[in-house]
Design a protein around this ligand. Structure first.
Ligand SMILES: CC(C)(COP(=O)(O)OP(=O)(O)OC[C@H]1O[C@@H](n2cnc3c(N)ncnc32)[C@H](O)[C@@H]1OP(=O)(O)O)[C@@H](O)C(=O)NCCC(=O)NCCS
Length: 331
């Protein structure tokens, strides 16, 4: 009997309508379009403006897009995982609300959090359930409303992040397609360089910390940059090597969209031509858990059955990793 593998069989996505351009950011903080473009590759990002709407709004829209495109009956979904660093609220899982709203009434659901590596790690979780034979249809969503914890007076962070969501369906495959190998890592010593300190259980928000804006995201960009470049390139190179793959074998690099220079460095390390590097950072910025599924959403029409894709991500914590994947369908 052939081994069951875990394939992605459908993709959906959603970004909010409001576009925050570099030109508008020039009027908000001391920055300019040229600096942002050359240092990050970002031109604009999407922001969810409507009051009272959180990450679940984005997740639901992406899931609904997938359901609409494929005609999937949500009642058949076994599990909904929402990968996010910005849940709607504490204690109540964003995934539970999302699942109910999309009609996945027979599913159980939970959130998964590993900062910008959330979706990559979620792919591993979803695949493991499928490979074990325990579940047949898993909806894996990456969604973040980063604008909810960004200080729009801090030029070190507000130029980078945006809001968005992407969703994929994981199903069993008997042709050997889907997830082939993974190399996932973390190092907690990195957390001091990228975090939203106050608001978690170690440091509850007080009136003073609120006034000082300590609930917003802080990052030491240079240190994060160096670690991201080194580690993402390292795992991508290693996963290729141990699967006896060369650059010619690889159809696509789908790398977390945090900074174009980090993505380019990873592509260079594995000698991958520019045409094979998925890129949409110029339009969305860093959408944290949503970058990888939004790449699949934007590139879906170009993907062919059997395409070999290297996924790579790096995020707060620090967390990082790479997944080698075979695409399962032509759209
Ligand atoms: C944030 C980041 C773009 C900054 O780029 P950098 O090349 O490291 O820039 P630096 O922080 O060294 O700053 C260089 C100069 O630009 C200035 N600068 C910083 N932000 C600026 C901005 N938004 N606009 C204009 N100038 C800015 C700095 O003050 C500094 O000026 P100085 O040389 O006079 O001191 C980059 O470090 C980065 O992308 N880091 C990783 C971010 C990331 O991936 N985060 C998520 C992880 S998943």
């Amino acid at each position: 009997m052939s081994k069951i593998t875990a394939a992605i069989t459908a993709v959906g996505g959603y970004v909010p309508d409001f576009v925050l351009t570099n030109k508008v950011l020039e009027t908000m903080v001391e920055t300019n379009d040229e600096w942002i473009t050359t240092r990050t590759g970002i031109k604009e990002r999407r922001i969810l403006k409507e009051e009272g709407k959180g990450t679940s709004f984005l997740a639901i829209k992406a899931a609904e897009n997938l359901i609409q495109k494929t005609g999937l009956d949500p009642k058949e979904i076994d599990l909904v995982i929402v990968c996010t660093a910005t849940p709607d609220m504490k204690a109540a899982a964003t995934a539970a609300y999302t699942a109910t709203q999309i009609g996945a009434i027979n599913a159980f659901s939970y959130d998964l959090e590993a900062a910008c590596s959330s979706f990559l790690f979620g792919m591993s979780t979803a695949a493991a359930y499928i490979e074990s034979g325990r579940y047949k249809k898993i909806l894996l969503i990456g969604a973040d409303k980063n604008s909810s914890f960004i200080n729009y007076k801090d030029r070190a962070t507000c130029i980078i992040f945006g809001d968005g969501a992407g969703a994929v369906l994981f199903e069993p495959n008997n042709e050997g397609l889907g997830l082939q190998d993974e190399l996932l890592r973390s190092n907690g010593e990195g957390r001091e360089f990228l975090q939203a300190t106050y608001g978690g259980s170690s440091y509850p928000i007080t009136e003073d910390t609120f006034k000082e804006g300590k609930h917003y995201v802080f990052q030491d960009g240079k240190t994060v940059f160096k670690n991201a470049v080194f580690n993402m390139a390292d795992v991508a190179e290693k996963i290729l090597k141990r699967n006896n793959l060369t650059n010619d074998d690889i159809s696509w690099l789908a790398a977390h969209q945090a900074n174009k220079r980090i993505i380019d460095a990873t592509a260079n390390r594995i000698n991958l031509e520019e045409e094979k590097v998925m890129m949409n950072i110029q339009r969305y910025g860093n959408t944290t858990s949503a970058t990888l599924p939004l790449l699949l959403f934007d590139y879906e029409s170009k993907l062919k059955k059997g395409d070999k894709i290297v996924f790579a991500a790096f995020g707060g914590g620090f967390t990082w990793g790479s997944i080698y994947f075979k695409w399962a369908y032509n759209s």
